[in-house]
Design a protein around this ligand. Structure first.
Ligand code: RNT
Ligand code: ZN
Length: 420
């Protein structure tokens, strides 16, 4: 049987449950997922030679990492060609492209330093999301940026934030698609602090300063990402969950961003999505996989990824949730990391779209929990794979079992020739 024939057979199973499979596929094709550039070079960037700081860490030394904008774009292009669905580009400010020997520090970057990325985005018909880079820089003094007690340090980073707002608006105008600008700082303390409120007051005031930069809230969506701890800041972070949530709730046009690696290990973001959607018109997500901690492993089709996708879909919130990936694994082929991560999320979304939520909700509301459990378990064995394979074929991308071969070929033809 061909992929198409299998699809037509399996489709009937879902249709019996009242699901319009063709419509689900069409819908999925339009959901943008933001692909993070930083998986391609282990969060190194192009504007500095120092180590990765901010309490995040990549481990591994897999050969062939991208060293230049050209290499990174080439690798992202390859990764995107291996994934079905609509993409967006997620960029960090540290990926500024300086030409002809020019260099400016982060507080002085301009849209022109991102012209190459705007061209890249336009070439691929995608929007751009943007992140000020508050780490891996000498001005992150003692690991502190927007919450630093040193006004000079704060000023530098406030100016960086303002520059990033201008760049985000530039991207939105260049692509015609709103730009999500995410503020995340690694500020915090290794050991028990004497003052937990002071840094938060300074962080609040610093973001407020950044937001004084004029921008069109329809074009730039400012998000604030929380985090419970980082490497070297185990005892305290300024941007805790309550802090960022309250900031977003009390500042017009600001959205909360939840990264599912940034909570206590038994907390789940899937349950937080519907809670926030009750109050916020829009929210943002970083989808990652924490293994015991915020380890930023590649996203796979695990239970929490499926639950997150389910919540977005059954809350009918695909147009209210900005979805981005955020992981960085340097121990395996980086193209495969991107492709497996993005494809896994696409699979989770597809499975969520092929589930008869209104029927299941009725079972819940009518207190028919015996039937709900047995139906839920039955759903797990439905032939999702046949639908997925057809979705890949329709989008002209590799089937699951062809993926490794494609990546391996690229590794031999391109990555290994880099000699790094
Ligand atoms: C760090 C945050 C943040 C970063 C990126 C590189 O823990 O998740 O989103 O991963 O900005
Ligand atoms: Zn994140």
């Amino acid at each position: 049987m061909t992929v198409k024939e299998r699809y037509l057979e399996s489709k009937k199973v879902f249709e019996e449950l009242g699901i319009d499979v063709d419509k689900a596929i069409e819908k999925l094709e339009r959901v943008p997922v933001s692909l993070h550039c930083w998986q391609g070079d282990d969060v190194t960037g192009f504007d500095q030679d120092g180590p990765l700081t901010g309490g995040i860490q990549t481990t591994g030394n897999y050969p062939g990492k991208a060293r230049t904008p050209e290499e990174l774009m080439q690798d992202m292009e390859k990764a995107m060609s291996l994934c079905p669905g609509k993409k967006k580009l997620n960029l960090h400010a540290s990926y500024a492209v300086f030409e002809n020997g020019e260099f400016v520090d982060r507080d002085k970057i301009e849209p022109k330093h991102f012209k190459k990325w705007a061209e890249f985005a336009r070439k691929h018909n995608m929007g751009v999301d943007f992140n000020p880079t508050f780490f891996s820089h000498p001005m992150a003094k003692e690991g502190l940026t927007l919450s630093s007690p040193d006004p000079e340090v704060r000023k530098f980073w406030i100016n960086h934030g303002k520059a990033c707002i201008r760049i985000s608006e530039f991207f939105a105008k260049e692509t015609g698609i709103p730009c999500v600008m995410n503020i995340w700082i690694g500020d915090g303390y290794k050991d028990v602090p004497a003052d937990r409120m002071g840094p938060r007051i300074r962080y609040k005031e610093s973001i407020e300063e950044i937001l004084k930069e004029p921008f069109d809230p329809e074009l730039v969506k400012v998000t604030v990402e929380s985090k419970v701890f980082g490497i070297g800041v185990e005892s305290y972070t300024a941007g805790s969950a309550e802090f960022t949530l309250m900031f977003a709730a009390t500042h017009k046009g600001c959205l909360p961003l939840m990264d599912n690696g940034h909570y206590h290990p038994t907390e789940v973001v899937s349950d937080k999505i519907p809670a926030l959607l009750v109050y916020f018109p829009e929210i943002a997500l970083h989808i990652t996989r924490g293994v015991r901690w915020d380890s930023d492993h590649v996203v796979i089709l695990d239970d929490e990824t499926k639950e997150i996708a389910k919540e977005i879909v059954r809350c009918d919130a695909l147009d209210r949730v900005y979805i981005a990936l955020d992981f960085f694994d340097a121990s395996i082929n980086r193209i495969s990391a991107w492709a497996v991560g993005l494809r896994s999320l696409e699979k989770a979304l597809l499975m969520a779209m092929l589930t008869p939520w209104s029927k299941l909700k009725t079972l819940q509301d009518e207190n028919r929990f015996t039937e709900l459990m047995s139906t839920n378990e039955a759903m797990k064995m439905l032939p999702f794979g046949d639908i997925w394979n057809y979705y890949c074929e329709k989008n002209g991308v590799a089937a699951d079992l062809e993926l490794f071969g494609e990546v391996d070929k690229y590794e031999k033809e391109v990555l290994l020739k880099r000699g790094n």
